[in-house]
Design a protein around this ligand. Structure first.
Ligand SMILES: NC(=O)c1ccc[n+]([C@@H]2O[C@H](COP(=O)([O-])OP(=O)(O)OC[C@H]3O[C@@H](n4cnc5c(N)ncnc54)[C@H](OP(=O)(O)O)[C@@H]3O)[C@@H](O)[C@H]2O)c1
Length: 338
């Protein structure tokens, strides 16, 4: 049986969203705009997640019942040289949020994590129960995100097992939503590819890293659905159906853009292998997350909508965003090899 968690919330307490200006943060702004509960979105200027005091200050000020952490240190290659900062933002900050959430009646912490917590230990898509790591084979970003997941789990387990009356019957929970290859309103692979269509005739794209492209808009909508339910604490793989390589994603993006009237200068997408194009941060070849547990949880709360396939979401995104995508600026990522 499912119930609406929103009905249990104290409507005088705002929902607090960190990461206002990121892809997922912007998508959450759209999803949450008509919510009856007040929602406060915080960007870096209002709260620097590298600063624990700043996080505690805003939590104490707003006293939220629901916290959504859509902020993260996401510069995968740069993280290799900024260990301390990446761990502060991706590990310590969510731990502080978890410490706060455990002490709140019906408190909920939603936190996003990544496919990069897995390091090619298997050839098939990963379930939530599969062992992440091994840690020494993860890139620094993956290590910091995995440590963030563990900090949240440990914090909740510790207080719930402590028998401390302060935490008994709080019914607080955490939802760690692992996702992959996110695209929305911001810098992402699809926008970069589309931008290249106007000034390149050929590009090289990695064809041996496999994953599931995920729409930020859909991820945000799924997050809200999960908050507003009795889905239990845990890790969930929130990705659409299907899988592809970066090359496969680039090919579909260009085909769709050209069918929508984009300039067709880019004709040749050359598939290349990761081994020949090393990046600062090592990325897993198998980035595929299995979504069975998430789909089961959705069906148990009565979700009857059609579960999406990544291709349909990408096509819809390109159709909606084509003008913006073609204008988008430079950024640096490891799956494009120029
Ligand atoms: N993008 C992907 O492909 C992908 C894949 C798997 C998982 N994820 C996870 O999904 C979540 C959302 O990703 P996204 O794509 O929306 O990321 P994004 O677009 O890079 O946004 C991250 C946000 O975090 C904010 N941030 C970074 N450092 C901060 C700090 N010290 N204090 C406050 N805010 C800070 C950034 O602020 P500024 O705007 O000021 O820089 C930015 O708005 C993250 O947890 C990420 O790890 C993403």
């Amino acid at each position: 049986m499912s119930f609406s968690s929103f009905e249990l919330l104290d409507h005088s307490k705002p929902m607090l969203v960190f990461g206002r200006d990121g892809q997922v943060g912007k998508a959450l702004q759209v999803c949450l705009k008509d919510l009856k509960i007040p929602v406060v979105f915080l960007g870096r200027d209002e709260c620097d997640l590298a600063n624990v005091d700043s996080i505690r200050q805003v939590l104490n000020h707003y006293q939220p019942q629901v916290i959504i952490n859509a902020a993260a240190y996401t510069a995968v290659d740069k993280a290799e040289g900024e260990r301390e900062l990446a761990f502060a933002i991706n590990t310590l900050a969510p731990k502080v949020m978890a410490q706060y959430a455990t002490g709140v009646d019906h408190g909920v912490l939603v936190h996003y994590s990544t496919d990069y917590v897995f390091a090619d230990t298997q050839k098939t898509p990963y379930f939530e129960a599969d062992q992440a790591g091994p840690i020494d084979q993860l890139c620094l970003y993956g290590k910091s995100k995995l440590a963030g997941e563990e900090a949240i789990k440990d914090t909740f387990n510790l207080v719930h097992d402590s028998g401390d009356a302060k935490y008994q019957d709080r019914f607080s929970k955490y939802l760690i939503l692992r996702t992959s290859w996110v695209y929305g309103d911001g810098e992402n692979f699809i926008r970069k590819i589309l931008q290249l269509t106007s000034d390149q005739t050929q590009i090289k794209v990695v064809d041996d890293q496999m994953g599931v492209p995920t729409s930020a808009e859909w991820l945000a909508a799924m997050s809200v659905k999960m908050i507003d339910s009795n889905i239990e604490s845990g890790i969930y793989h929130v990705v659409p159906d299907g899988e592809t390589s970066w090359h496969g994603l680039a090919a579909l993006a260009i085909e769709t853009a050209q069918s929508e009237g984009a300039d067709g200068k880019l004709k040749n997408i050359i598939p290349v292998v990761t081994e020949d194009h090393p990046t600062l941060a090592k990325r897993p070849l198998n980035s595929r997350l299995n979504n069975t547990k998430f789909k089961k949880a959705l069906s148990e709360i009565g979700f009857e909508g059609q579960y999406p396939h990544w291709q349909n979401q990408v096509k819809a995104y390109i159709k909606e965003n084509i003008a913006t995508s073609l204008k988008y600026g430079e950024f640096d990522e490891g799956y494009l090899c120029q």
